[in-house]
Write a protein that binds this ligand. Structure first.
Ligand code: SF4
Length: 72
C-alpha cells in the first residue's frame, strides 16, 4: 500500500524471486567479507586493500568521504 495516496498494488512473489534475493544477499555478504582481515572479529583489511573511485560525483554523495580522504 502506498501511504501517500492510499492505493494498493498487488505483487505475486515466486519461489524463484525469493531464491534470487537470497542469492543476491549471500553474494553481497561474501563480497563484504572479502574485505575483512578477520571475519570473526570483524576486522577490516588495510586501506591499501580498498580501491578508491575516480568518480567525483560518487564521492560527493559518500558518507565516508572524510575518513576516505584522511586514509589517502
Ligand atoms: S569518498 Fe567514498 S566514494 Fe569516494 S573513493 Fe572514498 S569511499 Fe569511495
Amino acid at each position: 500500500m502506498y501511504l501517500e495516496n492510499g492505493t494498493m498494488d498487488e505483487r505475486v512473489i515466486t519461489v524463484k524471486d525469493i531464491e534470487d534475493v537470497e542469492g543476491f544477499i549471500k553474494s553481497s555478504i561474501e563480497n563484504m567479507q572479502g574485505y575483512l582481515e578477520d571475519k570473526d572479529q570483524n576486522i577490516a583489511k588495510g586501506t591499501g586493500d580498498f580501491q578508491v573511485t575516480s568518480d567525483e560525483k560518487a564521492c560527493s554523495r559518500c558518507n565516508f568521504v572524510e575518513v576516505c580522504k584522511m586514509a589517502r
